[in-house]
Structure formats: structure tokens, C-alpha cells
Design a protein around this ligand. Sequence first.
Ligand code: NIG
Ligand code: FE
Length: 424
Amino acid sequence: MADLIIHNIGQLVTCASTGKPKRGAMMQDVGIITDAAVAISEGLIEAVGTTDEILGSFDAAKKIDAKGRAVIPGFVDPHTHIVFAGDRLNEFELKIKGADYLEILAAGGGIISTVKNTREASLEQLVEESRKRLDKMLACGTTVCEIKTGYGLDLETELKMLRVIEELDKTHPIDIVPTFLAAHAVPPEFKGNTDGYVDLICEEMLPKAWEWFVASHFSTSKIPFYADVFCERNAFDLIQAERVLTTAKEIGFKLRSHVDQFTNLGGSRLSIELNAASIDHLDAISDEEIEILAQSETIGIVIPTENFSAGKTQFANARRLIDSGCALALSTDYNPGSAPCPSMPMAMAISCRYQKLLPAEALNAATINAAFSIGLGETHGSIEEGKTANLLMLDAVDYRLTMYEFGSQNINAMFIRGKRYEDL
Ligand code: NIG
Ligand code: FE
């Protein structure tokens, strides 16, 4: 006896994988079952098959007729910065008038202006502001996400951000994976002394963040903890990035990194050599590094919302990444500066148009591969027996409407851990 059966699903898009992220041509396969049904028990998917098969072998306390609609996995957003205070509306206007992102940062604006607001904000205020952002992500179909620190840049505020992330995870339906990004920018008190700040990160901040993690409910729930670094001009150079990542790895962190967003400093190669779970942005990655990535277990995350937000016409070469055999994921990068966007459907819509991803590739990149990139590939990101029952029932019979139509939501109902969101 299952808790719930959803039947008469015209198109069940499973995104089922072989226990690994999808790469190369496999990314075109989204594992569609037509006239399908899903049986769910205790928040997990008990069985997947045709409506005849499932209704023939299972009964359920509750049955929902999908009336021929498409059902897809809940989206997984593997790169966000949603814990922050304030906004960057003035910067938005400066950029419209032609100002450059890295110049704004060098002049003490950009990330640093958000750091000032975030340092001043109380934990409660940050929880409330960030919860609203999670609500917007959920409304767009995101059921799991990663969240980074990186607007504290001192021990006290970075730890405050970690506590905010934990509180959000305990109280919001979206499941969260935490990332420690003290190496996001050089704080004003270390201006001109980046190495001094890297010392502080390596000697004090990373060990203290790890202590927090060990005592946190993430550790108890076997959720991994990542360290990240922004390897870029006016941020951290290759040697500094290597110090941060190797120190973090020795402590026990898993790794991910911001690399090749504007400038190729060699961060991709470094991160792959250190066995990072993901390398993110990749606009300036070289062809040689793409080949190295394709041979590795590291997942490439591209962020077309960042390019769109900046009004750029150049995007990371996601087509080449896939065609070279890399495992690719998509994210929103939801943050107040470079990508104020909560919507994975928007990221997919842009990637189809400007990066020439097929809808199937975009969906795999936004679900199963995104889940693998944050260490949850075995439990999330696809509709397979034994996995967490995070499903979106679309207001459409064909999942490709999600990428085709943009700026709208086509979600009829959301199921999180087997429960209709409205009933949670
Ligand atoms: O991924 N590049 C660095 N970090 C973020 C932007 C954060 C911000 O501007 O506040 C990014 O684009
Ligand atoms: Fe980012």
C-alpha cells in the first residue's frame, strides 16, 4: 500500500541515470515514460512505470489523476548566494550606463557593498530576507539548492551566515547544501593585503567553519560541506586559490570553485587536479582544460543568467563542453550583484537560446547533474525508485514548454518529499 499514486501522466520525464552524472550524448536522454504513473511511500519513490503496471500492482491511500500532464523532477540549483542583506539597485543602474563588474568591485562597491549590509544585519533579519528568496525559488520549481556564505568575510559574519543557512534548512521545504566561501572577495580591512586575508582564511576561518559543520545538523544528516574560492582578477590569484583549496581539502571539505568567469587564471585546471566536485562559470576556460575536464569526475557548471544579467552576448561554450564529453550542470547563481534571478527555468531558457543546449540537455543539467555536483546524485535529481519524491506536475503535456516559454511558470502542482507543497 503506497501513500500516493500519481497516474495518467502523459509524459513522465525521469532524468534517470546510471548512478553517475550524464555526460556527452547521454545528456540528450531524459528517460521519458509515456502514459506513466509513480507510486510514493514515506517521501520516497516506490515504483515508476506505466499507469497499467503501477495501478495493477499497487494500491494507495491517495490517488491523483495527472490528466495527461507531464511530470518532471524538481529542479536542483547547485550555485546560489541567497543569504545577504540589502540590494544592489544603484549598481544595476551604473551597469546599464556602462560600468564594469570588476571595476565596481575594485572601487569598494559590488560584493563589498553587500558585505557591509550583511555584517550589520541580525541573524533573524537575514533568515527572514533569505527565506523570501527561497520562496521565490520554490515557486519556480527548485526543490534542492546549494547556498554559499561569502558576504561576511570575517569569522563572526561568515559563521552567522552558516547559522542562517542551517536555520533555513530546518524551516524551509527546500533542501539545502552549504558552501563556505570566505574567499569571495578581499574585505576592506585587508585591502592591499590579500595574502594576509588568505592567512586568516586558512589558519582560522576554515577550521572554525569545519567545527561548526561537525556540530551542525548537516553533518548528522550526511550532507556534505564544500569550500569555494573566487579565482579572478581583483579577487584571488591562482596561488592564493590553491592555498585556500588545499587547506580546505586537508581539513575535510569537499571543493568547488568560481573560475574563468572573466579571466582565465588557471583555476579550472587547479580545481580539477584537486578533484573538485564542480567548477563554475567557465566563460574563459581553454579548449585544453575542457579536454581535461571531460576526462575527470568534476562537473562543469555554467551560469547563463550571469551573462544575461550583464547584458553580455558571449556565454560559456556549453555546447563544446557537452560535445567534448563533459558532465554539465546549470545554476542560477542567484545573488544581488551578477545574477538576481531565482529561476532555473529562466537559466534553461537562456541556455537553449544562447548556448544551444537542447531542452533535454538543459533539463538533465538542471536536475540530475546538478544533484551530483552537490553530492546528492544518489538521492535527488531524478524520478527513480528509492529516490526522494520531489516532483513537478506541469501545466503542459510536453516538458519542453518549460524552456520554450520564458518568463512564466508552468507548474500545476509541486510534490516535495512525497507531499503536495500546498499540504506541507
Ligand atoms: O558568482 N563572482 C563572484 N561571485 C558571484 C557574484 C556575487 C555578487 O556580485 O554579489 C558570482 O557571479
Ligand atoms: Fe557565484
